[in-house]
Design a protein. Structure first.
Length: 169
């Protein structure tokens, strides 16, 4: 089932961090290489949840989460860039529940939710090496629309990514 989170009070930080367990571990190694690993991961998690509550959920932005049997299994952040234009970040599935279609479900159900608002477009940056994410995006109707990913929030380009776009009819 799709859950839409639009305010800080709706966020269950622990369940969300279960989805980002792998990324949080990788970020901890990079950002705090000399700190005890478990302490570094906890610091990353606290900072991530604080960012979501304080900065991300501050208006029209939303988190979409796919829940199965009470477990949050996949999620994405959806930014409203301007009227009818959205940008996705952090599409991820719990490591222990990958390859079961949950990323596709959260992405496709998010698009169905947006269809109710009228004509829209959604953009994302996907690593050229991430075949699973590229396949998920294509399955949901995204196309590669630039050979370099463009972060719609700051305009930065990254040659390691593709710019992906979904355009409603």
């Amino acid at each position: 089932m799709l859950i839409t989170i639009s305010s800080p009070g709706e966020l269950d930080g622990e369940r969300l961090m279960d989805i980002y367990r792998e990324s949080n571990g990788e970020n901890a190694e990079v950002q705090y290489p000399d700190m005890d690993r478990s302490e570094a991961v906890e610091k990353i998690k606290r900072g991530f949840v604080e960012f979501i509550k304080r900065d991300f959920l501050n208006g029209a932005n939303r988190y979409f989460v796919w829940e199965r049997d009470g477990v949050w299994v996949s999620a994405l952040r959806l930014y409203l860039v301007r009227e009818g234009v959205y940008y996705i970040e952090a599409l991820e599935t719990r490591p222990d529940l990958r390859r079961m279609g949950y990323g596709t479900r959260v992405l496709s159900e998010t698009l169905k939710t947006l269809e109710k608002t009228g004509k829209f477009e959604v953009h994302d940056c996907v690593s050229k090496k991430n075949e699973a994410s590229l396949a998920t995006h294509r399955k949901c109707g995204f196309v590669i629309d630039s050979d370099a990913g463009v972060d719609y929030l700051n305009g930065e380009r990254d040659e390691r990514d593709y710019g992906m776009g979904y355009y409603s009819k």
